[in-house]
Design a protein around this ligand. Sequence first.
Ligand SMILES: [Zn+2]
Ligand SMILES: [Zn+2]
Length: 109
Amino acid sequence: MKKQKTTNWPKPGQPKICPLCGREIPTSQREEHHLVPKLKGGKKTVAMHRICHRTIHALFSESELATRYNSVEALLEHSSVQNFVKWIITKPVNFSDSAKQSNRTRKKS
Ligand SMILES: [Zn+2]
Ligand SMILES: [Zn+2]
């Protein structure tokens, strides 16, 4: 007897929530971040927005990630990450940095 497999569909599942900014992640923007970089033997990944992911890697080196910022909590303690989160939550969830910011300089008043 042949069993009919109905379970091998890619399940949409529950929407993933970005641990960094706390918003839903559209599939098109989803990237896996190794909390400990792969090169350093890390296996655990968390899904996050592409832009959130890139920001982390722009801010921290692989060794900083491996030693110090190897948890979401640690990342969120960093003030640059906090500032990024404050900014990104004002953007649409599918916002990506392809729209480069203009070089308008913001004046502090
Ligand atoms: Zn990563
Ligand atoms: Zn995010």
